[in-house]
Design a protein around this ligand. Structure first.
Ligand code: AMP
Length: 430
């Protein structure tokens, strides 16, 4: 018999297997918590949009649009693209749903897959997940500082330590144009020191040269720092200083990086990235995009946002050996041994379930060891054990799965005692 060739996953994609899930839960839960506490509302956007949206927002000359998009014609002949990033979709939705008529700023957060036909390598996938925050309708420099502070708070909550916030300003439109002109002149004068990719980039989009990771180009660009800083006009400098002052007041540490420009067209003023110490890879990046909404046909709307990469953040958690808890899938597991215990266990299950506990049971299958190992799999902190004796004595055994201590509790006190024990473990039942 001819053996059929196995179908494999396409290059640059990955499966997230069950053993990885605790990292994803940890990241997602903390992100939703931090975002909600900082007053952001969730938005879920489509994974594909008209190609025109990304051309007009991210920019035709960027690597993302010119080389990395998954674009295709649908069956009606429309040109559509799997989203390579989240901000363009948020801006489109802001305009489409008239969000400018809501009290400003509108603060939104998202989480979901993005697609880029990138060269697969460590930390680079063709489908990857991003979490992102956007503040729309606010131009006060405090918004920039609050956004960066929220990102830092999120990473601290996750348990990351060795990271730095790098920050820069491109200035206003006028300032940015001047910076591009100054940079183009500088690059032209030093053309022979650039790598072949940068020679091409230089002609199309000089700012893109700044993203080059090749040592020779990096060194050259570092020497351009001062001329880049000088190209900021007075107003833009003032604004940037305000952002930095707010960050100082908030005790958010940062490093100024005049060579940070980021490759997307829509940025002006503040730009930032969070980079792991001793690494080139950013775990998140963002900036101000005051022109984008207008460019897409909406009213003038100053805005700022950032997006972080889930896979890279998780890699960082692993490298730094951050403590990532196993998700508690159930708070309580009921073990029942023997025929008479069954109906008492069923009653108790019902009571806990009604009282909003996440309660699980194997419904009496297996011996005590196999039922306890099932509780372990669900990461249950507490187990209730009921045998014939407990039915007779009108009590249950409450077992702590961590220290294996056991306590006999009379039936009428079970809910009260279990709630207290869970609360001592930091689990509150709502
Ligand atoms: P960007 O939208 O390019 O500013 O990217 C924001 C963040 O998304 C980066 O800091 C990375 O953490 C992540 N990211 C970007 N591209 C990829 C990719 N191809 N694979 C995995 N993560 C990525």
């Amino acid at each position: 018999m001819v053996e059929k060739k196995k179908i494999q996953i396409p290059r640059g994609l990955k499966d997230v297997l069950p053993e990885e899930q605790k990292y994803w839960f940890h990241l997602e839960n903390n992100f939703y918590d931090v975002a909600a506490m900082a007053g952001f509302d969730r938005i879920i956007l489509p994974t594909f949009e008209f190609t025109e949206l990304f051309k007009r927002s991210v920019g035709e000359l960027t690597d993302i649009v010119s080389k990395e998009m998954y674009s295709f014609k649908d069956r009606s002949g429309h040109n559509v693209t799997l989203r390579p990033e989240g901000t363009a979709g948020v801006a489109r939705a802001y305009i489409e749903h008239g969000m400018h008529t809501l009290p400003q700023p509108v603060k939104l957060y998202y989480f979901g897959p993005m697609f880029r036909y990138d060269r697969p390598q460590a930390g680079r996938y063709r489908e990857f997940y991003q979490y992102g925050l956007e503040i729309l309708g606010e131009d006060d420099p405090i918004a920039d500082a609050i956004l960066i502070q929220t990102a830092v708070r999120f990473y601290q909550k996750l348990g990351l330590t060795d990271f730095v916030v790098k920050i820069n300003s491109l200035g206003s439109d006028k300032s940015k144009n001047k910076m591009v002109a100054v940079l183009a002149k500088f690059l032209n004068e030093h053309k022979s020191d650039l790598c072949s990719d940068c020679k091409l980039r230089m002609r199309k989009n000089p700012l893109r040269v700044m993203d080059c990771k090749i040592a020779g180009c990096k060194a050259l660009l570092d020497s351009a720092s001062s001329i880049l800083i000088d190209s900021l006009d007075e107003e833009s400098k003032k604004r940037f200083t305000k952002v930095l002052e707010h960050l100082d007041e908030m005790k958010v540490e940062y490093e100024l990086d005049p060579t940070l420009v980021r490759g997307l067209d829509y940025y002006t003023h503040t730009l930032f990235e969070v980079v792991l110490k001793g690494s080139d890879l950013a775990i998140c990046g963002g900036g101000r995009y005051d022109n984008l909404i207008k460019q897409l046909g909406g009213p003038i709307t100053p805005a700022i946002g950032f997006a972080g990469g889930v896979e890279r953040t998780i890699e960082a958690l692993k490298t730094q050996e951050a403590i990532v808890p196993d998700p508690v899938k159930a708070e309580l597991f009921i073990v029942q041994l023997g025929e008479r215990a069954k109906s008492k266990a069923a009653d108790l299950f019902e009571k806990f379930d009604t009282a909003n506990f996440r309660v699980a049971s194997s419904m009496g299958r297996g011996n005590i060891q196999s039922q306890l190992s099932e509780a372990n799999k669900l990461n249950c902190p507490l187990v209730i054990i009921i045998g014939d004796q407990e039915v007779h004595d009108k009590n249950v055994i409450v077992r702590d799965m961590k220290d294996r201590s056991q306590e006999t509790v009379i039936d009428r006190d079970v809910i009260k005692i279990v709630s207290r024990k869970l609360e001592e473990k930091g689990i509150r039942i709502s």
